[in-house]
Design a protein around this ligand. Structure first.
Ligand code: B12
Ligand code: SF4
Ligand code: SF4
Length: 270
């Protein structure tokens, strides 16, 4: 790598932090396109999950803008002590306060790259069927952490308690990952027993059927439909609440987070 490449990467990460991200990194688009999630996404079937947007991009397809070379991934901390960050509010721009922050950081970073450095960017949507990409794999390839046995991106600093957003650039930028980090190796997996739906009890995806050994929750032991069932229950439990900055009470959904709250990685010391 050219030494100036390292400087550019460092500058982008620092700028993302200045705008409010807790972590950021860069991945090569070709590597992301060939990452495990992108390889099996079109073969998993049953794409209808909560919040799904129908009718734009076909179920199972990931659409990449022409000429995209690098992906910049940003993370925003969603600490257990700040549950309001992850509350989905009906009629609220951005969905959750945390996602609104991510959209704002992504926008500022994109404007800075375009104005100050002449780098064209495409800010990506959250949902795949609206033009998004599979963010956890992109984050791993950008060096933000690893896929944990809870099937989430686990970061060294904040554990799995982060949310992600991304943009693509038409300029090749240096990749900042992956990194050697694996807290799950010797862990007794409280994340898997915490699940109220038993979503980690059974192997659903096989190496033979999908042709890869990097499967959901690492070994294929994750039932997407059971997790989604919990999300539907959570939606049905949602209530109207007073929310800071909103004139009238709004309906707020608090989706299950037990597989992330039970993970000891990145917890503040007691
Ligand atoms: C659809 C969706 C859901 C669906 C289906 C989830 C699923 N995994 O199939 C439902 C509604 C059930 C769901 C639930 C949750 N979700 Co969700 N979801 C998404 C969405 C939109 C797409 C995910 C997807 O379809 N993946 C495709 C399948 C095929 O892949 P996969 O199951 O993730 O498994 C792959 C990886 O594990 C990877 N892998 C395995 N080993 C290795 C090794 C290496 C080196 C690499 C690179 C990859 C890799 O390969 C597997 C495929 O083979 C993303 C946003 C986005 N744009 O990416 C958020 C996202 C993944 N969800 C998120 C969250 C937080 C949740 C929940 C905690 C609910 C909540 N409170 O928000 C739960 C957690 C469930 C869990 N333990 O995985 C976060 C994850 C953040 C993080 N730290 O990882 C994301 C990124 C959204 C965000 N706001 O940032 N989700
Ligand atoms: S609880 Fe343990 S096994 Fe589960 S994600 Fe965290 S470190 Fe990995
Ligand atoms: S979010 Fe809740 S229901 Fe879904 S896998 Fe994690 S613990 Fe299970």
């Amino acid at each position: 790598m050219d030494p100036s490449d390292k400087v550019i990467a460092k500058m982008i990460i620092e700028k993302a932090r200045e705008f409010g991200a807790c972590a950021a990194g860069i991945a090569d688009v070709q590597a992301v396109k060939h990452s495990p999630s992108h390889l099996i996404y079109g073969k998993i079937g049953n794409y209808k999950t909560v919040g799904n947007k129908e009718g734009q991009i076909k179920p199972g397809e990931v659409v990449w803008p022409v000429g995209a070379k690098s992906a910049i991934i940003i993370a925003f901390e969603h600490a257990e002590l700040k549950p309001e960050m992850d509350g989905w509010i009906k009629g609220y721009n951005g969905g959750t306060p945390g996602n609104r922050m991510l959209i704002s950081i992504n926008t500022k970073l994109s404007q800075w790259l375009e104005k100050e450095h002449g780098i064209n960017t495409t800010k990506l949507r959250y949902h795949i069927e609206s033009g998004g990409i599979l963010l956890k794999d992109a984050a791993v390839l950008a060096g933000l952490g690893c896929i944990g046995k809870n099937n989430m991106l686990v970061t060294p600093q904040f554990g799995p308690r982060v949310r992600l957003r991304a943009m693509l650039t038409d300029t090749v930028l240096p990749s900042t990952g992956p990194v050697a980090f694996d807290p799950c190796e010797d862990c007794d997996m409280p994340c898997r027993t915490a699940c109220p739906q038993g979503a980690f009890r059974e192997k659903i995806y096989s190496e033979k059927k999908f042709g890869i050994d990097q499967l959901p929750a690492r070994t294929g032991v994750f039932n997407r439909a059971l997790c989604n069932r919990q999300m539907v229950l959570d939606e049905n439990k949602s209530e109207n609440m007073n929310i800071e900055g909103q004139d009238v009470p709004k309906r707020i959904i608090k989706y299950c987070r037990l597989c992330e709250f039970s993970c000891p990685v990145g917890r503040p010391s007691p």
